[in-house]
Ligand binder design. Sequence first.
Ligand SMILES: O=P(O)(O)OC[C@H]1O[C@](O)(COP(=O)(O)O)[C@@H](O)[C@@H]1O
Length: 423
Amino acid sequence: MQGWCWSWLMEAMIGRWCHQRWKIMGRGAKKPFLVQFLRFLPNYQQMNLLILGNKHGLKSIASPGHGILAIDESNATCGKRLASIGLDNTEVNRQAYRQLLLTTPGLGEYISGAILFEETLYQSTTDGKKFVDCLRDENIVPGIKVDKGLVPLPGSNNESWCQGLDGLASRSAEYYKQGARFAKWRTVVSIPCGPSALAVKEAAWGLARYAGISQDNGLMPIVEPEILLDGDHPIERTLEVAERVWAEVFYYLAENNVMFEGILLKPSMVTPGAEHKEKASPDTIAKYTLTMLKRRVPPAVPGIMFLSGGQSEMEATLNLNAMNQSANPWHVSFSYARALQNSVLKTWQGSPENVEAAQKALLARAKANSLAQLGSYSANDESDEAKKGMFVSSSQGGQILGVVMVVAVVEEDGEGAGNVEGG
Ligand SMILES: O=P(O)(O)OC[C@H]1O[C@](O)(COP(=O)(O)O)[C@@H](O)[C@@H]1O
């Protein structure tokens, strides 16, 4: 073996060993100088990447024709979904719904990762099979939402910040033991509210701190600063804000020594505000979104997994398809919640007889988005349901009223507090 190869291997192995020793010594122990020093050696970082990549499923998540099923709705948001089909927000109903989704036969053909809410990570099917094992059987990597929801940001323009850094390292270690291999943190930025410099900085710093802590605990972080659809601004304004937000996110990711090769991004697509007078075509959305990403995201990042943000199922799939009409520096795919689940919920209606049909609806959406990831989706056979938009203004239950609502939810629920989203 060539000399450089040995030196690479030795440096990487020693670095890894020291880091493991430090972990065994316990989180409270001071990190030995050698460990701190080794983190900065390029070969150690590469070794870590290989481990993250192979052992933690990074490669398999960002693989052709695959994307993420996001079912990590906090209890409050899940309650809204269940209410839309007349069901109460009880643990039994949430379990029944997640069981339907996670036991869909053949799901792994199109889905490589599933983001779970904490309750689901520790839950089992009614027959006693752990949900994480259902996922593993389909070769789907289990992930976990680790943020603790949004609360008002004092001193801002009626904006919010995302909680969850306190105790995150120990929680992450527990989630890892339970089978999670990647993490997600969603914060939001509102264009009509500014966004203020304070809100953007807070969002970026929180995401970067979370990403560093996740990587340190063996979870691959998904970085999600959602730029809300609210507003009547043109697409150019969204581009401007998205560029500003992502510049700041990458600045703080670098400051926190986050390994870019070991993260995935979950951006909003660059679209006009939901109340803007003109709609943009998928080609225009693809052009603006890819322009923004190419200006801001280094090619070291392996994958871009979009959120759907209130777009209809069909729109979200068409836009993804448009983005995959030519080669990109990263895997460009989906991590949709509403745009994968809307038809499923409508088909299920909470009735056991409809489970099979609802699972077929999920497979159909997953397949459509898998084709869009490959750039070969056609919308010809889409149903009317798939064409229905799901955007709900944040001021009707989110951003502004949400300030009060969020506090109420924290007290009642103590978990996954508020949310500012279109649902
Ligand atoms: O319940 P929360 O914390 O508000 O999260 C809302 C949802 O936003 C997402 O990040 C994106 O969802 P959409 O694709 O529906 O926009 C989901 O992963 C998550 O379930």
